[in-house]
Design a protein around this ligand. Sequence first.
Ligand code: NAD
Length: 350
Amino acid sequence: MMTPSDKALVPFVSVDHMMKLIHHIGVEEMLKGLAAYIEADFRRWELFDKTPRVASHSEKGVIELMPTSDGEDYGFKYVNGHPGNTRDGLQTVTAFGLLADVASGYPVLLTEMTILTALRTAATSALVARLLAPKGAHVMAMIGNGAQSEFQSLAMKAIAGVDEVRLYDIDPAATRKCAANLAGQGITVVSCASAEEAMLGAQIITTCTADKQYATILTDNMIGSGVHINAIGGDCPGKTELAPAILQRAGIFVEYPEQTRIEGEIQQLAPDHPVTEIWQVLTGQAQGRTDDRQITLFDSVGFAIEDFSALRYIRDQIAGTGFFRPLDLLADPDDPRDLFGMLQRSKTQV
Ligand code: NAD
């Protein structure tokens, strides 16, 4: 049993503590750990409360809340997506999240989730690529070399057997940044001058660009048979990356169809176009890749259960460490019904 004051102090993981924790564990170990938690939660998919995320759209971007619960814990993430932000020196995506105990409703963790989102998105991508990419896949084209790109590359290395990434971005400075960050990480890095060049010899193609429009990062003629496409950037109504003709040729795999039909590449297709849910492939209830020539497409938008898994992972990792500080977030009167009395008594202490 926690004492009342323990209960009221919520572990808070700041950006600084998150970075220290990641270095303590190691980036690739953490990606593997996150992938294991995500896989475990996907395998018990039916247990969860699920809803498409609650999105508030504006001209410049979107702010979203992503809640879910397994009946024991409850989690949510606050996340934005503002493609124009980098011009003002701000991130496209920032986030924080909270995990709570369902029995009492008390929060048990508050944490930064900007870095954690990059890690969990990459871990999910690699988990899915391990499941769907053609046998022996080891070269990845990485199109869009922004904030997510190094995490995507390292997760594919740690989890899906990728040993070479071929980088392309419309902004050469982004490619230079990504290449420099990946130097010495045990992965061959090739900087390319076009998306076509990046895709030469790649069995996995990751698109991770940010633009609030129906973009065509990949056209139909760029995609040969047998590849796995990991489409990360199209994650909002009116924001996609792939030509619809590619979708017609691909076996499409999604997290949660109800949300992906609103936000993913498949918003460009008929609402009844067949898709396969990743959790069903993981549990053997649905088939993954059918043959060597099939184009598999992970139409990733990011789902609340992945954040829930990440929150669980962080809660378990920080236990007994100094990688957090207790936050005085919850009022804690000695007599739970005497909230006003607590306020009164505090006056004498000012
Ligand atoms: P970012 O702004 O840091 O990087 C995006 C990069 O894409 C930039 O370097 C930009 O120059 C490049 N780009 C834009 N148009 C391009 C084009 N036509 N060809 C090649 N490169 C192009 O953004 P980020 O944080 O890396 O996020 C990338 C995308 O991933 C965003 O759209 C974001 O919303 C999305 N995202 C998805 C998930 C998910 O779970 N699916 C999670 C996080 C982020």
